[in-house]
Design a protein around this ligand. Structure first.
Ligand code: NAI
Ligand code: MG
Length: 392
């Protein structure tokens, strides 16, 4: 029997993760779930939102299901720390970023697939006075550990950093700027990590029958980092006859996805660009209530909805948030461990609840999120889960 480390985290993470486990159980997937501590309450109590014991659990069992965490700015974080821990040098660090870095979860996959009948699907005018609803089916591969979010950055850079940068002719433009007036964030891209994410994208395209892989970067301006993506994309594409390599610029891609999103299949990008296009595509298929993701490393993999802890809704009882993003993330876990038939069973159940259109959470009805949404006809989180389970 598989052991899954269940890390609900904060806010609605605590609501949606147990719902996903109910669905997993209903699908016939047998597993033991071990609770992993993570999130804001452990920052407050222990000065660490990602306790060592949770890292040990994941290192041992390899598969994690994660809800969401709450992060707050530095001053608030310091204020909420337990009195006995204050002033002892504790610095808040996002535990999900911590997990990605600790276990080198460098392959992030974010499928954005429209469900037929979802009232939140993208539509456009058809030019004949009506509307058309293209079925979006895009899967974004985002490099998850380096690039723009690699964390190598400074305000007021040390003299040796400045001196090193000044060996580049383009730094002349900043010659007169005082160091304390300089903020620098780097975009470091490496060949091995780039090869790995692009290969993962092509492998996925091959496995699931997508006809193209789009490298979405900006090589005409970011000549080195985006240039490396495109170069490696061309090299790897040669190994996959029958799958076309497309390349788009990030800015143009944001425009294309609002015009003809159905043309795109698998897309691959550096960390920040992948973050941006995956949010863009998620918006076309229903937004945060539907956006699932996988963070996959060589040994450990963690599956999570892309939404956060939505503290506004944390206290609502019954809860109103949409559990589908979390449940779809659990399906990605099943795919990863080879239980594809159960994943398909669950996805089909979700598809049929949505198509039937009788049970809808508040977001699917475009209602304001509040307890009143239930009076207005919205399903609770639990009712949505029950409807999915009934279809299984
Ligand atoms: P959020 O994703 O928590 O919520 C934004 C809004 O999206 C909500 O107010 C709600 O209207 C909607 N929403 C989110 N999940 C939904 C669901 N399952 N069903 C229906 N509607 C849903 O983002 P926000 O408000 O920017 O951040 C709240 C906290 O979450 C912050 O502390 C932030 O740092 C953290 N966060 C954590 C993430 C993670 O754990 N991976 C990701 C994003 C934010
Ligand atoms: Mg994001």
């Amino acid at each position: 029997m598989k052991t899954i480390v269940a890390m609900p985290g904060d806010g609605i993470g605590k609501v949606v993760l147990p719902e996903a486990i109910r669905v997993l159980e209903a699908s016939g997937f047998e597993a033991e779930y071990i609770h992993g501590d993570i999130g804001w309450e452990f920052w407050i109590k222990e000065g660490n939102a990602l306790p060592e014991r949770t890292i040990d659990l994941l290192g041992k069992h390899k598969i994690g299901l994660f809800g969401a965490i709450t992060s707050k700015p530095k001053t608030e974080a310091d204020k909420e720390l337990a009195p006995e821990l204050k002033g002892k040098g504790y610095v808040y660090f996002s535990p999900i970023v911590g997990l990605r870095q600790h276990f080198n979860l460098d392959i992030c996959t974010r499928p954005c697939k429209a469900f037929k009948g979802n009232p939140l699907n993208f539509i456009r005018k058809d030019g004949k006075g009506g509307f058309e609803e293209p079925m979006v089916d895009a899967v974004i591969f985002r490099q998850n550990t380096e690039g723009m979010y690699g964390g190598v950055e400074w305000t007021n850079p040390p003299a040796e950093v400045r001196a090193a940068l000044e060996t580049h002719p383009r730094m002349k433009a900043f010659k007169e700027v005082k160091s304390e007036d300089l903020a620098i964030s780097t975009r470091i891209v490496t060949r091995p990590a780039t090869e790995k994410i692009i290969r993962a994208a092509f492998e996925y395209a091959k496995k699931f029958g997508y006809k193209n892989v789009t490298v979405c970067e900006k090589p005409n301006v970011l000549r080195e980092t985006s240039g490396m993506y495109l170069q490696i994309g061309k090299e790897i594409a040669k190994e996959y006859p029958g799958i076309d390599l497309w390349d788009t610029n990030i800015d143009a891609q944001m425009m294309w996805l609002t015009k003809n999103p159905e043309n795109y299949g698998v897309l691959v990008s550096e960390n920040m660009f992948g973050d941006i296009i995956s949010d863009g595509f998620a918006g076309l298929v229903g937004g945060l209530g539907f956006a699932c993701s996988a963070n996959i490393g060589d040994e450990v993999a963690v599956f999570e909805p892309t939404h956060g802890s939505a503290p506004k809704y944390e206290q609502l009882n019954p809860s109103i948030v949409n559990p589908i993003a979390m449940i779809l993330s659990a399906c990605m876990m099943l795919d990863h461990i080879g239980e594809t038939d159960k994943a398909e069973k669950i996805r089909n159940a979700i598809a049929s609840v949505i198509e039937e259109g009788k049970v809808k959470t508040y977001d699917m009805m475009k209602l304001r999120g509040s307890a009143k949404a239930i009076e207005e006809g919205a399903a609770t989180t639990q009712q949505m889960t029950d409807a999915i389970i009934a279809k299984i």
